[in-house]
Ligand binder design. Structure first.
Ligand code: PGA
Length: 320
């Protein structure tokens, strides 16, 4: 007689599937444990139980890396569908409750950290029931998170190419040329771009949106950066520029927290006019909190974040 399928449901838990999905997504037990705030032994025990329930190994280790087995891949597909369905249910519940409860997950590129917390703060004040989280990381990682559907909304300086997204601009993002106060260009007006490009440049890391914008602008004029030093932080660049190590180009928003020792240069073609964009995957059904944040940003974004951007302390060059 045909054997009935084993009633897996009775032997596995949602928590085990959550742990399994995190490992499959991140490709590592350690990273999954960190992401879920669990210890590594707990993660291993959960996976052992899940393996036993399924009766087949879900992962295999080759060298230092782990891979999903065939049955592991099938389970991963099932879990994704299941968690998507559960998330839609959560959304329905949140809809029914209105905004008295809900969750908002926002991921933003490095430079947006100068205004995103203020925006989120204002939003949480208006909707105290919403449980909000903010992830700040570089452009490449934010893109990975978007492709993985890990957050509700994303903020970029340039919408990602090659992915189908909705992108709404909500705020100016001028990129300004900077040098130390005693730099030879500090008191000059209308400095030719080629002259500026001739000075040693302190650049953000490859993959930074700011860096891409500057490189593109110079390329359009047949010029290239003379990178003296690469730094993965806007603050480190500000300090190094003030110390006279070179010139740089940063978003005006980075000057909000202080611009001591820095001079805004009057270089032809600057500021580079850019915008901040709120982005989410095309076709994504926004949660109530996500939709409310989008509306809030479009209504209040430029007032809240823009005011701060205008309050920078950098000294202007001769013409400012
Ligand atoms: P960045 O991105 O912080 O990675 O430079 C900002 C931007 O894209 O404008």
């Amino acid at each position: 007689m045909h054997q009935p399928p084993i009633a897996l449901r009775r032997h596995l838990s949602l928590r085990q599937l959550e742990v399994f999905t995190a490992i499959a997504r991140l490709g590592s037990f350690t990273k999954a444990a960190q992401a879920l705030h669990l210890t590594q032994p707990t993660v291993s025990v959960q996976i052992k139980k899940l393996n036993d329930a399924v009766g087949m190994a879900l992962f295999e280790q080759v060298g230092k890396r782990i891979y999903l087995t065939e049955v592991g891949q099938a389970l991963y597909g099932t879990c994704r569908e299941m968690f998507d369905t559960l998330e839609r249910f959560e959304m329905t519940v949140a809809n029914m409750k209105g905004l008295t409860q809900g969750r908002l997950r926002l991921a933003v590129v490095t430079t947006a950290k100068y205004f995103a917390p203020r925006l989120l703060g204002g939003f949480c004040e208006r909707f105290p029931g919403v449980d909000a989280s903010l992830k700040v990381t570089n452009r490449e990682r934010v893109l990975e998170r978007l492709q993985d559907n890990q957050d509700d909304l994303y903020i970029y300086g340039l919408p990602p190419a090659g992915v189908d997204v909705e992108a709404v601009s909500f705020l100016r993002n001028p990129l300004v040329a900077l040098a130390s106060l005693d730099h030879p260009l500090a008191r000059r007006a209308r400095v030719p771009l080629a002259e500026f490009a001739g000075y040693p440049f302190l650049a953000r890391e490859p993959g930074s949106g700011t860096r891409r914008a500057v490189e593109r602008m110079l390329r359009e004029h047949g010029l290239a950066l003379k990178v003296r030093l690469e730094l993965g932080s806007n603050e480190a660049i500000k300090q190094s520029v003030a110390a006279g190590m070179g010139v740089s180009v940063l978003s005006q928003h980075t000057l909000v927290g202080g611009a001591e020792g820095l001079c805004l240069l009057d270089v032809q073609g600057f500021p580079i006019e850019r915008q901040w964009y709120l982005v989410y995957p095309k076709g994504k059904q926004l949660s109530v909190a996500g939709a409310a944040f989008k509306d809030y940003l479009l209504e209040e974004g430029s007032r809240i974040a823009g005011t701060a951007a205008r309050r920078t302390g950098a000294r202007g060059g001769k013409t400012r």
